[in-house]
Design a protein around this ligand. Structure first.
Ligand SMILES: CC(C)(COP(=O)(O)OP(=O)(O)OC[C@H]1O[C@@H](n2cnc3c(N)ncnc32)[C@H](O)[C@@H]1OP(=O)(O)O)[C@@H](O)C(=O)NCCC(=O)NCCS
Length: 182
């Protein structure tokens, strides 16, 4: 896995186990805030569906203290690369949509995209939602955001995509049969 880390023009070779996926916890607040601040303007725009400079400390704390039943979060964390140990390079959050589903939002650090981290975060989210008996995952994205559309429509039961206002689409990923098959 070749990754170009910000601040270093050279590609660094990372083995897959060097990226860990785990549930977010309260200690991640500062690392998560640094992660969002480090994203390119384009990645932040796609993640927050508009201009954003990052997240405030309060929102970062909220992301890091989900109740693990109605809300959850997963982080991709870089391990064993010296001074960057523990750095968050991906985040996926899930929040109850109030209608039997759970709403997903995801971002992967620019230099780490296209290396399977988004897929691993999405699989962790699906496993958690299936275990919780949640019927579907929903998400909203820009209609031309092909990376996230390809990722989210790759689930075993596929996904439906509906046009929404403002150049957005609403995505719905059914889970129930996926749970029954397990
Ligand atoms: C969407 C995003 C999270 C994907 O993360 P990632 O780690 O790059 O994704 P992966 O490497 O695991 O790729 C998973 C799948 O996504 C799709 N994908 C990822 N990058 C892609 C690209 N540049 N073009 C087309 N498809 C792409 C592919 O289908 C890929 O599967 P494949 O490799 O088997 O073809 C990442 O691009 C990102 O952070 N985008 C900005 C934030 C955003 O768009 N958030 C969505 C709002 S909820």
């Amino acid at each position: 896995m070749k990754v170009t880390t910000p601040g270093s023009p050279a590609a660094v070779t990372l083995r897959e186990p060097l990226i860990g996926i785990r549930a977010v916890d309260a200690h991640d607040a500062d690392a998560l805030r640094a992660f969002y601040a480090s994203l390119s303007a384009d990645t932040r725009r796609k993640r927050f569906l508009g201009t954003s400079s990052g997240i405030a400390a309060e929102r970062s704390r909220a992301f890091c203290t989900p109740d693990h039943h109605h809300a959850e979060g997963f982080v991709a964390v870089l391990r064993a690369v010296g001074p960057r140990d523990g750095r968050v390079v991906g985040h996926l959050c899930l929040e109850n949509d109030g209608a039997g589903g759970i709403e997903l939002a995801i971002a992967v650090a620019d230099g780490f995209q296209r290396h399977g981290i988004g897929r691993r975060l999405f699989e962790a989210a699906r496993d958690w939602a299936c275990a919780e008996g949640i019927a579907r995952i929903t998400a909203t994205a820009f209609a031309d955001n092909s990376p996230v559309l390809r990722l989210l429509t790759s689930a075993p039961m596929g996904a439906t995509i509906r046009a929404a206002d403002g150049g957005l689409v609403d995505i719905e990923i059914p889970l129930i049969e996926e749970r029954v098959e397990d």
